[in-house]
Design a binder for this molecule. Structure first.
Ligand SMILES: [Zn+2]
Length: 372
């Protein structure tokens, strides 16, 4: 989902990433806050205003990280792996390796983030009260941090997907009706409403208040929310309709194979170009030696293709990703997109029984969904 990220480090085994779009919001916040402080406190030296703004904005982004860590740690404790937390232009997102299987899990994972933000708001507020009068910039910074964390908590509790409140709403409907799909439909509908309301607010902001920048910003957020809500609704629908479809149902039994001692030139001329299949198992028996793909071949200069054997450049069995025949279709899709695989062999009891190709997989998934 996210490209162009900077790795910040690891926390509890979770990758912490900064998307480059985050830099935009960082600069906007820093600039907006510095000018705001200078207007409000004209007696502050420029250095004090900049330093206060910089520290406050950094602590604010740490608060967003803490909010996402809240979701993530509860998810991990409930058995859902979290690969990464990414900070980007609209805030933060925790990339989880699966969906909640129970409404209770969904509820606690979703509510954990806003609870962390509420806790931070209370903490900063309290600290502001205790240290009041000590140093004006500190009091201002703590007050702003308390307020912004409160805003983050409240905004996220609005009951529309993809906001946390949407997930809480989904969990409640799911719990009451016992039907995960009803919960999802309600949360997606809520998400649409939130996005449309935000569009309206943006329009009013521009037309009545003349606040063009703020209005455009809200339009962008509304557009983002709408896209996410629709996208997650569709993904959930597909996952539901695909439940029961296994890798064995999608596997093509016609497995392309090549003998290990053939040259790259030979393989490409006799198998790749005539069939359009970009990859192939190496070896003749039931257990392959590895997999050769066009991208493996491309690492070798073309003038050497007639001297190099396929088993010299193939992906060996130790690094080869294979899926078991009983793996669910959705898990196969996820695996292929996460690891950027174009093809995987399907095995049953250690024997390769078929072959899944990404392009063909999407077509057979469409067929499965159509026939159901
Ligand atoms: Zn959240």
């Amino acid at each position: 989902m996210f490209k162009s990220v900077l790795l910040m480090g690891h926390l509890h085994g979770i990758r912490i990433e900064l998307h480059i779009s985050w830099l935009i919001i960082f600069v906007l916040f820093l600039f907006g806050m510095t000018t705001g402080l200078l207007q409000q406190f004209p007696d502050w030296p420029l250095g004090v205003a900049v330093a206060t703004a910089l520290l406050t904005v950094l602590v604010f982004f740490a608060s967003i990280l803490a909010h996402e860590l809240g979701h993530s740690l509860v998810a991990i404790r409930r058995g859902i792996p979290v690969h990464a937390i990414t900070l980007f232009i609209f805030g933060g997102v925790a990339q989880m390796g699966g969906d909640s299987q129970r409404p209770n899990d969904e509820f606690w994972i979703a509510i954990a983030g806003p609870l962390v933000s509420l806790g931070l708001a209370a903490g900063f507020g309290l600290l502001g009260l205790v240290t009041a009068g000590l140093y004006e910039p500190l009091t201002v910074a703590l007050g702003w941090l308390a307020l912004i964390n409160l805003v983050v908590a409240v905004f996220n509790l609005i009951p529309g997907f993809p906001l946390d409140g949407g997930r809480v709403f989904r969990a409640l409907i799911w719990k009451i009706t016992g039907d995960a799909r009803k919960g999802m439909r309600a949360a997606v509908a809520g998400g649409r409403l939130v996005a449309y309301a935000l569009f309206m607010l943006a329009l009013l902001n521009i037309l009545l208040l003349g606040n063009v920048i703020g209005g455009l910003w809200m339009t962008l957020i509304a557009w983002f929310l709408l896209n996410m809500a629709e996208g997650q609704g569709r993904a959930f629908d597909m996952q539901h309709r695909l439940s029961g479809v296994r890798a064995r149902d999608l596997a093509n039994p016609d497995i392309p194979r090549v003998a290990p001692d053939r040259t790259l030139h030979d393989w490409i001329q006799s198998q790749v170009l005539p069939t359009g299949r970009r990859a192939c198992l190496v070896g003749d028996g039931d257990t392959p030696l590895g997999l050769i793909s066009l991208s493996d071949a491309r690492r070798i200069p073309q003038e050497q293709w007639s001297q190099v054997r396929v088993d010299e450049v193939m992906t060996g069995l130790d690094r080869l990703v294979q899926v078991d025949a009983d793996t669910g279709a959705h898990a196969v899709l996820q695996l292929m997109s996460q690891q950027d695989l174009n093809q995987v062999p399907v095995t049953d009891g250690g024997r390769v029984i078929g072959w899944i190709d990404r392009q063909q997989l999407l077509r057979s998934i469409e067929l499965h969904m159509e026939i159901r």
